[in-house]
Design a protein around this ligand. Structure first.
Ligand SMILES: *Cc1c(COP(=O)(O)O)cnc(C)c1O
Length: 380
């Protein structure tokens, strides 16, 4: 091991380093909740909701138990009919498609853009039928889907947009000549506070946000057993709450979110620069008008060399992951929604080529340089 390598301990996400940095404040916040004993719906939950609302510049934030629940609550609040269709991306984490199917709705899979990896608006438009009610874009890896095009399609066809912002909380998007937070452009935004997200808690957590007061009220009621008055139930709801302890931790971390994103962008800048001329790699493309939060830095490895590269990286102490190895339209769980006419060739190609390399808010420039130089040695 040379001296650079010795000082480097690379992880995909380094939660320990972030905790050490904020340890005093987090420990204090957690102890205060333990002393107060309001473990469920304690004051920290509403305080966090209003602080996040302020950060996002959105009137209503409804915290819930996790990001998957946030998506489910959003779709439940739209009062759709069984068999209604929701168009979503085939290249993503399973949560969006899963909740669509769980609610008796039909997931319809759209292909993605090969550079931004996000849902392709042209394909979305082709998939619209008389049963389509919702478009559910996932802003993947930290970057916005093309919201201008999606909003235009949604407005034209009278559809809802539910944005999955779990990987891109804090990103900005220039919409209608106004800088807006991603997740506040469509009808409902949904996020996750899973530990590895841009804003992570120490367990599970999530939230919905919206500008629509009626939708906000319905989400709030559905998340609380369909009840606005205890033991009186207007809807069939679920039980989905953010723990007071998690809210207290999130209140400590929220003021650092922009700084976390800034560091991620510095690391991405080093990767962009040092890997720009590496043949056999494609770097992530940028969506015009949008900032990137680089929840992941995901490259494409051409010429079937991904496994070989992963092996080289592993031997150099560098972890890497394939997000995601199989598109949703080809997953066994969704076979019944695929009549053989689902056509997402770009999603299939990406599943063969993508590789996410270390990226987190505590990474050092030296570590990023080490990763990039190791990659370049493989491809020289
Ligand atoms: C993490 C994630 C979710 C789900 O969040 P959980 O809090 O784990 O339920 C949903 N969608 C995307 C794109 C995610 O990355």
């Amino acid at each position: 091991m040379n001296s650079v390598q010795k000082s480097i301990s690379l992880e995909m996400v380094d939660l320990g380093r972030q905790y050490q940095r904020l340890k005093n404040e987090i420990d204090q916040a957690v102890h205060a909740v333990m002393e107060q004993t309001a473990y469920i719906n304690g004051p920290e939950v509403n305080l966090f909701a209003s602080e996040l609302a302020h950060y996002l510049n959105v009137p209503h934030v409804i915290p819930c138990a996790n990001g998957t629940d946030a998506l489910q609550l959003a779709l439940m609040a739209l009062e759709l009919e069984p068999g209604d269709e929701v168009i979503t991306t085939s290249f993503s984490f399973v949560a969006s498609a899963e909740v669509i199917a769980l609610l008796g709705l039909r997931p319809v899979f759209a292909d993605v853009n090969p550079d931004t990896y996000n849902i392709c608006p042209q394909h979305v438009e082709k998939l619209i039928t008389g049963r389509t009610r919702v478009i559910l874009p996932v802003h993947l890896f930290g970057q916005a889907a093309n919201m201008d095009a999606l909003m235009e399609i949604a407005n034209h066809h009278g559809l809802y947009i539910v944005e999955d912002v779990a990987q891109s909380l804090g990103a900005n998007y220039l919409y209608n000549d106004k800088e807006q937070k991603l997740g506040t452009i469509g009808h409902i935004g949904c996020t996750s506070f899973f530990p590895s997200k841009n804003l992570g808690c120490f367990g599970d957590g999530g939230a919905c946000f919206t500008s629509d007061a009626a939708l906000a009220e319905r989400i709030r009621i559905i998340a609380s057993h369909g009840s606005s008055k205890r033991y009186f139930h207007d809807y069939i709801g679920i039980n989905s709450r953010l723990d007071t302890l998690q809210a207290a931790i999130l209140r400590v971390k929220l003021p650092f979110l922009d700084e976390f994103i800034h560091t991620r962008n510095i690391i991405a800048g080093i990767y962009n620069q040092l890997l720009a001329n590496t043949s056999g790699l494609r770097l992530p493309g940028l969506q015009p008008g949008a900032s990137h939060t680089f929840n992941q830095y995901t490259i494409r490895v051409m010429n079937e060399r991904r496994n070989e590269l992963m092996g080289h990286l592993e031997r150099a102490g560098i972890p890497s992951r394939v997000y995601y190895p199989k598109p949703l339209h080809l997953q066994k769980a969704f076979a019944k929604y695929n009549n053989g006419d689902t056509n997402c060739p770009t999603a299939e190609m990406l599943c063969h080529e993508v590789l996410s390399i270390p990226m987190h808010s505590e990474m050092t420039e030296q570590e990023a340089i080490y990763v990039a130089e190791t990659l370049n040695r493989v491809f020289k």
